[in-house]
Design a binder for this molecule. Structure first.
Ligand code: NAI
Length: 293
């Protein structure tokens, strides 16, 4: 099985920087690239700040922080990703853009480099179809925030070689994550199962049975979830999760149980995305959720 030591990450947003953090902490050589140079800069500062906090709390030693910093390098163009054993893309959730990126990468990386997509909802088989070697393409679906959500889905597309999935299973364990293997079906496991709680939560709010924050409270306190559906939507951010809901609905040929809600549609249109821009279902001050008065 291919040993993965150098990991390139394309997309330095919420997901890319989290993947970069855990990979560097595990001693992998990391190359972080984004089309937007400011995003790479912000990601590096963000990850360094996390490591400083972990050191202050005694959860990392100064030597471990120095070693992790040395492992995390930034790249200013795609050509610099040539040494990668694995490229994980965490860019915008659009099939044509992801396909275009993988086609470009195939011209740069080695013949046995694995190309993985962190897509939440797009078909791995469809992403891979644009590549000359679709057998090297797999889904690699982390959750937000990556360092805390210690599970990851490894998804085999119809043409993915089993060894590629095996290599991703192994590198996940190297990084302290628990990998779960899934087939290429809309929403894989989590975004398929998770529809139930999100969609019913939105329906309960739409039917005015209870306000959103009370629905969250009961799902947390009584049902035992770490977050309620609206807290989770705010964390994931509606610019990501609303298109995901629409995509999964379409891919299941408009199956009613997956139908997205007009509540998220209107909030998506109004850019009330969530935590990341300060207002979603809740408002956020200094990153802290405010309960409605
Ligand atoms: P984000 O919006 O925080 O970051 C995306 C980054 O990709 C941006 O910095 C942007 O400049 C960059 N980018 C866009 N197009 C690019 C290109 N062609 N080449 C290089 N860089 C490019 O997005 P986020 O939340 O990190 O999501 C990224 C991917 O991960 C999406 O496919 C999303 O569906 C998936 N995902 C998101 C989760 C979440 O909770 N936010 C959870 C699991 C998966």
């Amino acid at each position: 099985m291919k040993q993965i030591q150098t990991i390139a990450i394309v997309g330095a947003g919420a997901m890319g920087r989290g993947i970069a953090q855990i990979a560097a902490q595990a001693g992998k050589q990391v190359l972080l690239y984004d089309l937007n140079a400011d995003s790479v800069k912000a990601a590096l500062a963000d990850v360094h700040a996390v490591w400083s906090r972990l050191q202050e709390k005694g959860r990392m030693t100064a030597e471990q922080v120095d070693a992790a910093k040395a492992c995390l390098q930034t790249a200013s163009d795609l050509q610099a990703l040539a040494p990668a054993d694995l490229v994980v893309e965490a860019i915008v959730e659009r099939l044509d853009v992801k396909q275009g990126l993988l086609q470009q990468l195939e011209e740069i990386v080695s013949a046995d480099c694995v190309l993985a997509s962190n897509t939440s909802s797009l078909s791995i088989t469809a992403i891979a179809q644009a590549c000359r070697h679709p057998e090297r393409v797999a889904g690699y679906h982390f959750f937000n925030p990556v360092p805390l959500m210690k599970v990851v889905e490894v998804i085999d597309g119809l043409r993915t070689s089993p060894e590629v999935g095996d290599a991703l299973m192994q590198v996940s364990r190297d990084m302290g994550h628990t990998p779960v293997r899934a087939k290429d079906m809309p929403g894989f496991i989590v975004n398929h199962a998770g529809r139930g709680m999100n969609i019913e939560g939105l329906k309960i709010a739409q039917e005015c049975v209870a306000p959103f924050y009370q629905i969250d409270a009961i799902m947390r306190e009584q049902a035992g979830f770490r977050m309620g559906p609206f807290e989770l939507l705010d964390l994931t951010a509606l610019d990501v999760s609303h298109p995901v809901m629409e995509s999964i609905y379409r891919q299941f040929y408009d199956e009613p149980r997956f139908r997205p809600s007009p509540i998220t549609a209107v909030r998506h249109a109004g850019k009330l995305f969530g935590r990341k821009n300060g207002e979603g279902f809740y408002k956020y001050e200094d990153g802290k959720k405010q309960l409605p008065q």
